[in-house]
Ligand binder design. Sequence first.
Ligand SMILES: NC(=O)c1ccc[n+]([C@@H]2O[C@H](COP(=O)([O-])OP(=O)(O)OC[C@H]3O[C@@H](n4cnc5c(N)ncnc54)[C@H](OP(=O)(O)O)[C@@H]3O)[C@@H](O)[C@H]2O)c1
Length: 367
Amino acid sequence: MMLDLAFIGFGNVARRFVGMMDEKARLLKSRYGFACRTVAICTRRHGAVINPGGLDAARAVEIVESGGSLDMLSGERTSVLAPCGLRAVDGLKKAAPSALEQGRLVVIETTVLDVRNGEPATGHVRAALESGAHVVTANKAPVAFAYGELRGLATRQNRMFLFEGAVMDGIPVFNLWRETLPAITVTGFRGVVNSTTNHVLDRMEAGASFFEALAEMQGAGIAEADPSLDVDGWDAAAKAAALINVLMNGNVTPLSIARTGIAGIDTARVRAVRARGRRLRLVARGERRESVIVGSVAPIELPGDDLLAGLEGTRNGLIIDTDLLGSVAVLQLDSGLTQTAYALLTDLLHLHGALCGGRPRALAAED
Ligand SMILES: NC(=O)c1ccc[n+]([C@@H]2O[C@H](COP(=O)([O-])OP(=O)(O)OC[C@H]3O[C@@H](n4cnc5c(N)ncnc54)[C@H](OP(=O)(O)O)[C@@H]3O)[C@@H](O)[C@H]2O)c1
C-alpha cells in the first residue's frame, strides 16, 4: 500500500526525515514492502503546497534550506495553500478525498511547542484525525495536553495517532510499553529527559557558569529556541505529562506538573553536591499516590551510584516501575535530529504494518 504523506511543519526534524526516507527507500521496500510519497507540505514562513499526485520532497528540502518559498515547486496539479496547518488540512479534504477515505493519508506533524496551551500542534492533530488522516508526530504537545481526547477521536475515526518522538527521540519508550509489555501496570517512573539541563549541570560541575553552559547548548542547536523552555523545566514537564497520560492512563497537562527548573542554581551549589559524592540532576517523576497520579520536575541530589546520576552530558534515561517486572530502564546515549527523525520512521512503519494486517513485519531478512 502506498502511503501519502502531508507535512505540517517542515523544519529540522521533518527535513532530516525526508533525507532518511530517501536513504532507506530500498531497504523499506524490499524488507517491508513499504512505499510512500509526499502530497502536501505546510510551513509558516516558507509557504505551503499540495499535489495529490506527489511532490518532489527532496527539492522542497533544498528550497526551504536555501530560504526560498515552496511556491517554487510549481507543476501540474500543484496548488499553493495558505501557510497555516488548519487550512492545509482543509486543502487535503478537497484535494485528496480518496486517500483520506481509503485511510492512506498520514499527516506528519512537527510544528513547534507552545507549552502554555499545546497549540498549534494539538489543533492540527485534532483536525487531521477528524478529516480521516492518520497522524504521526514528534511534538510533545498533543500527547501532553490532550492525549485522552485525541486517542478517543482516533479510535472513533478508525485511524492511528502515534508520537514516539515526543520523549527521548527515537529510543523506544511508548513502543516498548505498547508492543512488548502487555498487561503490565506502570506504577511510576523517574527520568532525566531533558538534554540541555543535564549538559548545563555537568558543565557547572566542571566550573562553568550557568550562562556559559547554556550558551554552549544554544551554539550546538540543542537548547530549545526559547531556552526558558528547558531551564525552567517546561520541556521536562511536557514529557512527564506525556508519560503519565500514556503509560499510567493519567489525565494531566504540563500545567499540572509541579515544576522547579535549574535557572536559580549557582555553580557553587552544583560543585558542593559533587564534592559530597552526589550529583544534581533535573528529574521528571510520575507516581501514584492512592488514587491520584502526581507529576513533578525538580533538581534532585542523587547518590553517585544512581543510574540517573551517571548520565553524562546530553544523555537521557528513564526508569519505569511496573507491577510484574520491577523496574525497567531505558537509556539514550546519543541524541540528535537523526534520532528524532527515526521516531517518525518507526511510527510510520508501525502504521504501515497495521494497515497491512499486522505488525511492522519484515518480508525478507536481507535488504
Ligand atoms: N530538534 C530536535 O532534536 C527535536 C527532538 C525531539 C522532538 N522535537 C520536536 O519536533 C518538533 C519539530 O522540531 P524542529 O526542530 O523540526 O522545529 P523547527 O525546525 O523549528 O521547525 C518547525 C516547523 O513548523 C513550522 N510551523 C510552525 N508553526 C506552524 C503553523 N502554525 N503552521 C504550519 N507550520 C508551522 C515552521 O515553519 P517556518 O520554518 O516556516 O516558521 C517549521 O517548518 C517540535 O515539536 C520539537 O519539540 C525536536
